[in-house]
Design a binder for this molecule. Structure first.
Ligand SMILES: NC(=O)c1ccc[n+]([C@@H]2O[C@H](COP(=O)([O-])OP(=O)(O)OC[C@H]3O[C@@H](n4cnc5c(N)ncnc54)[C@H](OP(=O)(O)O)[C@@H]3O)[C@@H](O)[C@H]2O)c1
Length: 216
């Protein structure tokens, strides 16, 4: 696994920066719930700091030039090269996704473990593991330190919860504009910074972003 700086190496100001994300969101009632979730996650991360543990989370996503990631619960493009990248990158890992994304895929993907967030675990097959909150995902990674790398892989609701807590984002930017999308990649510039371009093609480019709260 790519080593991620132990969170004990983060300074207190790193955490106040994280808290400021919550404060900003708290001013906006629409985001009040998100602010509350982030506050609770900040507490979880802080407890990781005390025990010098790491959160080896990475996110992987594909979006159009106008930030669309989905339409009518499916991905509105078919790019086999990007699917191959996703497969290669995540093979052997844990895919963390929302229930709607799991339903759109329809089955656990081979060679990977699937964790699904849902408030209704009985709706899921026993080939996947259900989680009733984002905190329970973080706590599970923190407690069990799985040897497989966990990948956050959508959809919009889950990226919104999880992206601030991912060390890396691997983003395929598809060179299209999708006018009628209904799922979008949330903004991440507040906590992610450009690291490198991994691949360029005429249809898309794959960009690596790194969480600036995870670097010194
Ligand atoms: N382009 C890409 O990279 C990419 C990747 C993945 C998905 N997608 C697209 O994204 C779209 C789906 O995104 P979405 O936002 O509609 O759905 P989603 O994030 O995949 O799933 C949402 C569901 O996750 C569960 N959930 C959300 N927050 C939770 C929490 N805090 N605790 C417990 N469960 C929670 C809920 O399930 P319950 O309702 O069962 O409680 C909720 O309905 C689809 O169009 C899909 O194709 C695109």
């Amino acid at each position: 696994m790519t080593p991620i700086r132990p969170s004990k190496h983060r300074s207190r100001s790193d955490f106040s920066q994280i808290s400021s994300i919550s404060t900003t969101a708290a001013r906006d009632p629409v985001n009040a719930q998100a602010a509350d979730i982030r506050k609770r996650m900040t507490d979880t991360i802080s407890s990781c700091t005390e025990t010098s543990d790491r959160l080896p989370l990475q996110a992987i996503a594909a979006m159009s030039e106008n930030r669309v990631i989905g339409r009518a619960n499916s991905i509105p493009w078919h790019l086999p090269e990007d699917f191959r990248w996703f497969r290669k990158k995540t093979m052997g890992g844990i895919l963390i996704m929302g229930r709607k994304t799991f339903e759109s895929i329809g089955r656990p993907l081979p060679g990977r473990t699937t964790w699904v967030l849902t408030t209704n675990p009985s709706s899921l097959p026993d080939t996947v593991e259900a989680f009733s909150s984002w905190e329970s995902v973080l706590e599970r990674i923190h407690r069990d330190k799985p040897h497989q790398r966990p990948y956050v892989c959508g959809g919009e609701q889950i990226y919104r919860l999880a992206l601030p807590w991912c060390a890396d984002l691997f983003l395929t930017v598809v060179h299209r504009t999708i006018p009628d999308g209904d799922a979008f990649l949330p903004e991440f510039n507040e906590f992610m910074e450009f690291a490198e371009i991994i691949e360029e093609s005429c249809d898309f480019r794959i960009v690596h972003f790194r969480n600036r709260h995870y670097s010194s």
